[in-house]
Design a binder for this molecule. Structure first.
Ligand code: HEM
Length: 176
């Protein structure tokens, strides 16, 4: 019976191709599942990153947190606030649909609903040329981010001094 099934399968190139396809997708499925297993989760991964102490960032400092450099953490700036979006690596990590946002001020891109590189400036972006409807839409995104992701601190304007967040530094000292 098994032998007949085997002979039937190898008798046609189409069948061989289909079996190959099934094997390939089964392998992909098993591989994907194994990355979600508790054993893998317990190993140090991007989801296990420690809570980031509250702090402010210049545009240049923010660039370190693009999911590739540093410890794999991903930060995104929205309307002067900086969010830790590391838990959404599928969106913002390397190869993700919104990876261009990682380590950048995403305000303009969110306001114009575009993921084009032209929406990210190397200097501080005051967004003064955007329409009020676009500003409204950034505020809506900001609300979403506030609900979903930890707020780490503020994105500094040129020359602006970072705030010293006493409470957080005390917490860090306690852990040491
Ligand atoms: C064909 C166009 C697009 C489709 C079909 C699409 C679809 C989606 C879907 C299905 C999600 C996941 C929602 C969820 O699971 O919570 C998502 C998330 C998202 N989309 Fe799009 N999208 C598109 C274009 C864009 C563009 C142009 C932007 C640029 C601003 C954008 C920004 C985002 C962001 C920032 C998130 C993630 C929000 C979060 O962190 O929760 N999308 N999109």
């Amino acid at each position: 019976m098994a032998r007949r099934f085997f002979d039937d399968v190898i008798s046609s190139p189409v069948n061989i191709f289909l079996v190959g396809l099934i094997c390939y997708f089964s392998y992909k499925l098993i591989k994907k599942d194994s990355t979600k297993s508790p054993a893998r989760k317990n190993s140090k991964s991007e989801n296990d990153l420690a809570k980031m102490p509250k702090q402010d960032f210049t545009l240049e400092e923010l660039k370190q947190y693009d999911g590739i450099k540093s410890d794999g953490r991903i930060l995104i700036g929205v309307l002067g606030k900086v969010f830790d979006v590391s838990k959404a690596k599928d969106f913002y990590g390397p190869g993700g649909p919104y990876s261009v946002f990682a380590g950048r001020d995403a305000s303009r891109a969110l306001g114009t609903f575009s993921v084009d590189k032209s929406q990210f400036k190397d200097e501080y972006d005051d967004l003064s040329d955007l329409k009020s409807s676009q500003m409204e839409s950034i505020k809506e995104w900001e609300m979403q981010f506030l609900e979903k992701y930890p707020l780490v601190g503020n994105l500094l304007r040129p020359g602006e001094e970072p705030t010293v967040y006493e409470e957080e530094s005390a917490e860090v000292k306690k852990q040491l």
